[in-house]
Ligand binder design. Structure first.
Ligand code: GLN
Length: 197
């Protein structure tokens, strides 16, 4: 089992370190051959700059292969910019990247003054979690009944799951708490079991 960490820009190393500390095998996806040469059973879309990441992924020929993997049901952990890449709609913006997650997200949603902050919030199935928000988006609207809202902070949706996609507005890869990554590993195991029949 290999987890492909999209590594074209942003905070990918932190995810890799955390997943490796939990015993998972990771491979950095920097070019399309990295996807072709490895059997990727899960994907991490890290935080960073969604516009830059979307552009680089297209230029590097990685966009289509990653979209197909997501559509084929491979588990995905997306944080912050990653959540924006998955979203079907971006508020006030016609841009769509993968568009596999039926939600509308608002980018840089907390304004300049509140660009970055840490908050405690409750995550379904996990409990209280210290959440680092860095010029974060939030989910303005869910667009399918199958989107599970896992966390709301101050009435704003900051974590959702839709089938194989786990998307967070905050950065669980920062700090010591590995519970979100453990949840992701459990999703991967479940998906592998389902495949094995
Ligand atoms: N503001 C960034 C964007 O719009 C996301 C920030 C992050 O990933 N920490 O893509």
């Amino acid at each position: 089992m290999k987890i492909g960490i999209v590594s074209v820009q942003g905070a990918f190393i932190e995810h890799e370190k955390m997943l490796a500390s939990l015993g998972a095998e990771c491979v950095e996806l920097r070019k399309k051959e990295d996807i072709e040469r490895n059997e990727i059973s899960a994907i991490v879309l890290p935080g960073g700059e969604s516009t830059v990441q979307g552009k680089l992924l297209r230029e590097l020929g990685m966009f289509g292969p990653i979209k197909r993997l997501i559509e084929s049901g491979v588990p995905v952990l997306a944080t912050c910019a990653g959540m924006i890449l998955l979203a079907q709609h971006i508020s006030g913006d016609g841009t769509v990247h993968f568009g596999t997650l039926p939600v509308t997200v608002r980018r840089n949603a907390y304004g300049r003054q509140l660009g970055s902050f840490v908050r405690k919030g409750n995550v379904s199935g996990i409990g209280e979690f210290e959440m680092a928000f860095i010029r974060a988006p939030f989910v303005e609207k869910t667009e399918s009944r199958d989107v599970d809202v896992l966390s709301e902070v101050d009435g704003r949706i900051v974590a959702v799951r839709f089938k194989n996609q786990l998307a967070l507005a905050f950065h669980p890869e920062i700090g010591e708490d590995t519970r979100i990554h453990e949840l992701f590993l459990a999703m991967i195991e479940q998906s592998a079991r389902r495949k094995a029949g």
